[in-house]
Design a binder for this molecule. Sequence first.
Ligand SMILES: [Fe+2]
Length: 461
Amino acid sequence: MPVLTNPMALELTASSAAAAESFGACEEGYLAFAPDLMERLKEVLTLDPGMPMARILRGYLLLLGRRREYVGAAARVAEALEEERAMLLPREAQHLDALDAWLKGDTEATLARWEEILHECPTDALALKLAHFSYLYAGRARELRDSINRVAYAWNSEQPWYAYFLGMQAFGLEETGEYARAQRLAEEALERNAVEPWAVHAVAHCLEMQDRWEEGRAAIERHRPNWSTCNLANHLAWHSALMCIDAGDERGALSTLDAALARDDADMPPHIVDSVALLQRLELCGVDPGGRWTQLADLSDERDRDHSLVFFDAHYMLAYAAAGREEKARDFLASLEAYSRAVDTANARVARTVGLPLLGGLMDYKLGRFGEAYTKLSPLRYEIVHIGGSHAQRDLFQQVIIDAAARSANSRDALMLLSERTQASPGNALSQVRLADALEECGLVDSAEQARVRAAGLLGS
Ligand SMILES: [Fe+2]
C-alpha cells in the first residue's frame, strides 16, 4: 500500500492520493466539530475501505459516543486491524495501541500511547485532541495544559491546523486560570480561522470564570454564524445560557434548554449532561421545571449501564431522581457499585471513591432528603474534581452542596460556603443573592441587605 501524508505532513497508509486527501478533510472535520464528520469518514472509507487511520478514527469516534452499544463495533475495528499489524506504519500501530488501551478502559495507558505518538509526531493533531479531551474528562487540568504546551515547539502559523492548536492551548490555559493569555490565544485562533468552535469555547470559559457574562454572551453570539450547525453548537448554546442565568435572564436560559431538548440528538450523552446541568441550575434559581425532568429521565433511561464516565453518571442520576424514579435511581446506584468492583480502570476507581457517595448524595438531594444529601456530598467538595469535566461544569455540584446545606439544618455551613464562594468570585450576582438569603437565615440582617445591594449593583439594577 502506498505511503502518503496528511495536511500536517505525517505519513499514513492510503490506497490513493484522493483517499489520503479525503482523510485529511475528515481529520480536520474532527478538529473543527464539523457537522458532516461522519459523512466525511464514510467518504474516506468508500474511497479506501482498508485505510488504517480511517478505521482507527472510526474506532475512536465510536468510543467518543460514550454508549455501551458502540463498544462492540469499536472492538471489532481493533481486532481486524490487529491482524494487519505487521503492515502498519509505526504511528498507525501506536494509534491502534491507544485504541486497544481505551477499549480496556485503561485511561493511563491510552494517554501514555497518545503521548508517545506526540513524542515522535508532535503535530499529530488527532492524538493531541484525543488526549486533550481525555485529560478534560479526567479532571486533570494541569496535564490538559501541559500536554499542548509540550508540543508547542513544533507548531507555527504556517501550518494549516495551527488555529486548532491555539484553540486547545487556550482552553488548557483557561482551565489552569491563565485567563488573559488564554483569551488572547483563542482570539488569535479565531482571527486565523473563524470556524474554530473550540476557540470560541475557550473564550466563553474565560469570560464565564471571570463573571464577565455580558462580554461572554456577546462573544458567543458574535461567532454564532460560524458554530450554529457544528457538533459543539449545543454546548456553546449551553454556555450562552449559563451567562443568561448569571445575568438574571432565566427565561432566556430556559428557551435555550427547550431548544436543546427539541433536538433530534437530545439523547446524546454530552447533550443530556448539558440539559440536566442547565435545568438543575434553573431550578436552583426557582424556575419551575415543568415536565422537563421526566423528559430528561426518559432521554437518560438507557444510559444506566454505560458507566463510561462518572461525570456523565452523576447527571443521569440527577435526572432519574428528579423525575421521582427512586427505584431506577437505586438500581442505577447498585449498578455503579457493581461496575466499580468488577473492573479496575481509572473510571471504576473514581466511581468507588467519589462516584458512589456523589450519586448517593445527589439521589437524596433530588428526593428531598437534604440532610442526608449534605452529609454525603459535603466531604466531596475537593474530590469532585476527579470525575472530570470543566470547572464551569463541575460548579453545578458545588451549587447543589450549598443548596443541600441551606435546605437542611446546616444554615451556618451554607453561609460559610457562600462567603467562600463570593470571595472567590465577587462579581457573581447570583452568589451575592444566595449569600444575602443565608445571612438573613442566620439573623445577620444588615449584612444581608449589603449583599443584596451588591447583587443589584452587579446586575446594573
Ligand atoms: Fe464548556
